[in-house]
Design a protein around this ligand. Structure first.
Ligand code: GLC
Length: 510
């Protein structure tokens, strides 16, 4: 198998381990066995350049298919965001982000000065029970948080004029209208009965009305669309918005003429329409992604088997779990039996390791560290503290390599999605705004993604390392705050200008 540069960047240093100083005793043959296991894992998790190109090609076809009347596995949801911001939007808006861990409420003032804004915000915990509880409890909790925010920042809410709100609801929702969002299915571990297949807007509005929260919903948005618009507010080269966080997805601007499933609306062909790809669903039919037995288990045990095939190999919600499954398998089923004679009950708990656990392992051994192998002791501490497991030195090396393989695969596969959108749109140069915990915190995720993009798109090696890549994935502006406010502003503005496309309740926009 051809090994790409990025894959080769961290060679195995097995020989460098001070095995002689260890009490290896009857474990004398362990390193050989572990080496074999590492090779097996490398075979499973490595994605070479050819494979990435093949995935990208299939991805591009699937993006187009998702826009067709018959549709495909990637939903490609039109969002009714029909222009980029100019930088001159103004006004005060509320933004609500119903994320996986937190509920964030912001008040954003888009100021007169170009591309500038003021923001105040509060975060509320998103109780774990709510994610799999009753729909009413969810909406009531959200309405309570909004009310609390208004009371804190505005005092007496009874005299408050209704403020426009951009609601970031980052789950796949079809929007036949601006002010409608039919949840296709829950993702990211949510599982609340009675919401899938329904319009979430009236549910949310009913909870607001019941509590008298002085808010009018002006835009229902996806975090990727928010990211795209917020980033384009300050940088006109931004053409794609991505989230690499608990979930993984992207949005970009399409021309209405290239969206056959909207042809019946007779929108002018040149008119832009932001598309929330919901690319986490890419390859749900398992045609091209190199799935490992661990990916199969993740899917089988998830609340929605058969869904989000791409996301389950990349997103933060799953990276730690993939790692955990590898470790348990190597303990139980393989010849090596890692962590032999130790109690691994903590490791057996599903979803007990999140992606920050892997980040930490990779952080300790960054090539920039003075001696990456010395730093394995930090990983040893992590295992001891979190899992009550004391790995041997060779096991620590296996742990490090496993984390690296999983993290690298995630970064390289995500580059396929970015490459596919760029190819579809014919973008030879552009900026991509990215946000999310994996993008922002996972060591080397950016560099690995950039290297993969270079391989897929056949860019020549840089002559000067400081030179920018033709397509650059950069840290985005705040999509679910500023992005949501901008989308609310753009929607209100276009209604004012008489563009009523996709507006179901015009009375809410005056
Ligand atoms: C999941 C959601 C999608 C969201 C992404 C990132 O894929 O389905 O709507 O954009 O996570 O949060």
């Amino acid at each position: 198998m051809a090994t790409s540069q990025a894959e080769r960047a961290r060679p195995l240093h097995f020989h460098a381990l001070p095995l002689l100083t260890m009490d290896v005793g009857s474990f004398a043959d362990v390193p050989q066995d572990l080496l074999k296991e590492i090779e097996t894992l490398e075979g499973l998790f490595t994605t070479d350049t050819e494979k990435l190109k093949q995935i990208t090609e299939q991805f591009e076809k699937e993006l187009t298919k998702g826009l067709s009347v018959e549709g495909g596995s990637i939903p490609m949801n039109p969002t009714w965001v029909m222009s980029y911001p100019t930088g001159y939007e103004t006004g005060t808006y509320l933004a609500l982000d119903m994320g996986g861990t937190n509920l964030r409420v912001c008040q954003i003032t888009l100021t007169e000065a170009k591309s500038e804004f003021d923001i105040i915000q509060s975060k509320y915990r998103m109780p774990e029970e709510l994610k799999t509880g009753e729909a009413d409890e969810l909406w009531e909790y959200i309405a309570d948080c909004l009310m609390q925010f208004l009371e804190t920042h505005h005092g007496d809410t009874s005299k408050l004029e209704k403020l426009p709100l951009g609601f970031t609801f980052s789950y796949p929702a079809t929007q036949n209208y601006v002010d409608e969002g039919i949840l296709q299915r829950w993702t990211k571990g949510f599982d609340i009965a009675g919401v899938e297949g329904h319009n979430v807007v009236p549910m949310f509005e009913a909870a607001l009305a019941a509590r008298g929260v002085p808010i009018k919903l002006s835009a229902l948005i996806n975090d990727t669309t928010g990211t795209l618009i917020a980033s384009a507010y300050t940088d006109t080269k931004m053409k794609i918005g991505c989230i690499f966080g608990t979930g993984c997805n992207a949005a970009y601007m399409e021309d209405c003429g290239s969206i056959p499933k909207l042809a019946h609306l007779n929108l002018p062909p040149e008119t832009p329409m932001a598309i929330n790809c919901e690319w986490g669903a890419f390859d749900n039919e398992h045609k091209v992604l190199p799935r490992t037995p661990y990916d199969v288990t993740i899917d089988k045990d998830s609340p929605r088997p058969g869904q989000q095939a791409f996301e389950k190999m990349i997103a933060g919600l799953y990276l730690g779990e993939i790692f955990r499954l590898v470790m348990v398998d190597l303990h139980d089923n393989r010849d090596t039996h890692i962590f032999a004679n130790q109690d691994i009950s903590k490791l057996r708990k599903a979803y007990s390791l999140d992606s920050s656990f892997l980040s930490a392992i990779e952080e300790f051994v960054l090539p920039s560290a003075p001696d990456p192998f010395e730093n394995l002791s930090e990983t040893a501490e992590l295992f001891q503290n979190k899992l009550d497991i004391r790995p041997s030195l060779p096991e620590l090396e296996l742990i490090r390599r496993t984390a690296e393989l999983i993290g690298t695969r995630a970064a390289r596969l995500s580059a396929c999605g970015v490459a596919a959108i760029s190819k579809k749109k014919g973008y030879e140069t552009c900026h991509v705004g990215a946000d999310g915990s994996v993008f922002n915190k996972y060591p080397q995720f950016k560099a690995r993604g950039a290297a993969a993009l270079r391989e897929i798109l056949d860019w020549p090696e840089k002559s000067d390392p400081k030179e920018d890549d033709p397509i650059e994935i950069l840290a985005a502006e705040d999509g679910s705050g500023v992005g949501a406010a901008l989308i609310a502003a753009l929607t209100l503005q276009r209604v004012k200008d008489g563009n009523m496309h996709g507006i179901l309740h015009p009375e809410n926009f005056v």
